[in-house]
Design a protein around this ligand. Structure first.
Ligand SMILES: [Zn+2]
Length: 286
């Protein structure tokens, strides 16, 4: 039995009427073709979300938006298949990555491309197994701003990853707001959570925006995109980017896939009631 949760957010500033978002079945999500792609969530961890990570949010605000069952969170990666090509977006911490790939008949050596949203451990941890590169045949795409930041930080996990993948690295620049990396895959600058945090827009007609860590606690951050979390390296920039990401998803008529979106890992297409001021969203739950 599939249970749907639909949030109608009409709390930020100047709101008028709200309406419900389109409904989608989970099976449809899992088989949803993105142009010629298929996209699958690889759920590494499912757990209780912690509203305490929100910066300067009043307790009554947290209570106001608390969903039935509490705030849930997850650590996800995504697998995109196009013909014989297997593409990963992030790798989680690696807890269930190989097992999850197996369920889709994909062995690590058959992953050809990996796009990284940013270099926190819960996104790049799955790149290594027993201290070695797990994906020996994959090109590893990282935004140069992100790469430079973690290099400067001398982050131990990052240094290990780039050492093990040194012949596979594809460090890219986004000169404008977005850049096409492969046909139907665009990297979109979404800086703030980390200095080089990057979203990816997939598809031609049916689009998916893989938005990384734009949000950690959806019910409250959709209502109040201005609230950042303690993990945001630059909370002010992250808040501005959150507004832009929502607008970008609406403008592109894209469903959203997120690394910390619980349940299915997807949010259906957003509906703007008043552009940039009010919207509805839904995610799916088993
Ligand atoms: Zn994260």
């Amino acid at each position: 039995m599939i249970k749907k949760i639909i949030f109608t957010i009409c709390a930020v500033a100047v709101f008028a009427a709200c309406s419900l978002a389109n409904k989608k079945e989970k099976t449809e999500q899992q088989q949803n073709p993105i142009g010629e792609y298929k996209i699958f969530v690889l759920n590494d961890v499912a757990r209780e979300g912690n509203p305490d990570i929100l910066i300067a949010v009043a307790a009554d605000t947290v209570e106001k938006y608390r969903p039935e069952g509490g705030y849930l969170s997850a650590i996800n990666a995504f697998l995109v298949q196009r013909g014989d090509s297997n593409i990963l977006f992030d790798t989680g911490i690696g807890q269930k990555l190989v097992e999850n790939l197996n369920t889709y008949g994909v062995a690590p050596e058959n992953v050809h491309t990996i796009f990284i949203t940013h270099c926190h451990g819960d996104h790049i941890g799955g790149l290594l197994a027993n201290d070695k590169a797990l994906f020996i045949n994959a090109k590893l795409y990282i935004n140069r701003i992100e790469y430079d930041y973690w290099l400067k930080e001398q982050n131990a996990l990052f240094l290990k990853v780039i050492d093990r993948y040194k012949t596979q690295l594809e460090i890219f620049d986004i000169q404008e707001a977005e850049k096409t990396l492969l046909p139907d895959i665009q990297a979109v600058a979404a800086y703030g959570h980390t200095p080089g945090h990057t979203m990816y827009l997939l598809g031609n007609s049916a689009k998916t925006l893989i938005w990384g860590d734009i949000m950690h606690l959806l019910p409250i951050q959709f209502a109040h995109p201005e609230y950042s979390v303690t993990y945001d390296v630059n909370p002010e920039e992250a808040a501005l980017t959150r507004f832009k990401a929502i607008t970008y998803a609406i403008k592109n008529d894209a469903q959203i896939a997120g690394m910390h979106i619980p349940n299915s890992g997807f949010v259906g297409k957003l509906k703007a009631i008043q552009p940039e001021k009010s919207w509805t969203f839904e995610y799916l739950e088993k």
